[in-house]
Design a protein around this ligand. Sequence first.
Ligand code: ITT
Length: 193
Amino acid sequence: VTLIFATNNAHKVAEIKAVVGDKLELLTLEEAGITTDIPEPHDTLEANAREKSAVIHQMTGKNCFSDDSGLEVTALNGEPGVKSARYAGDGRNFQQNIAKLLYKLEGSSDRSAQFRTVISLIWNDHEYLFEGICKGQIITTQRGTEGFGYDPVFIPEGSDRTFAEMTTEEKNSFSHRRKAMDKLEAFLRGIDG
Ligand code: ITT
């Protein structure tokens, strides 16, 4: 099975390639010869995931999937959520995004949060959505240098280390993205019979 992964985020590609191994052949946009800025204009992860896969499917006519993810913080009513990449402005600056998050959570006793991934798969012209959630806590200072985005301040349930203190494989043993990808793989196995 060959699928185009409709993302411009190299960290997502590395994480998902580590999940699927050689069970699926993934083509990045670059490998598929596509250079386009994928729009994310909507106010839900679901709608943005659908938009991204639809754009790439329209361009290529091929089977493809996208990943839209965000950090949903309880005490902030689900923010930054769909705005995770641009929380502190259009520059997509991770240090500024983390600084804003920690500032907004200052003094808050509830530091619970979840990462949520929505994958939109277009398979033989039909669309399917898969969700993965990882619950955890936001800590007060950054720890670790691996991963991306909010990883240095997020500790998943069941660990005492941040995602940024883990290898890709360890992060994948907990992560939202892995859980959504497992569902996609199970779906494709079902179709294969
Ligand atoms: P594509 O749309 O090209 O796939 P993107 O980086 O724009 O890549 P999103 O729209 O899904 O991806 O942005 C989600 C943002 O949420 C991302 O830039 C990070 O700041 C954050 N994020 C998503 N998954 C994360 C993870 O596993 N660990 C840490 N932060 C994450």
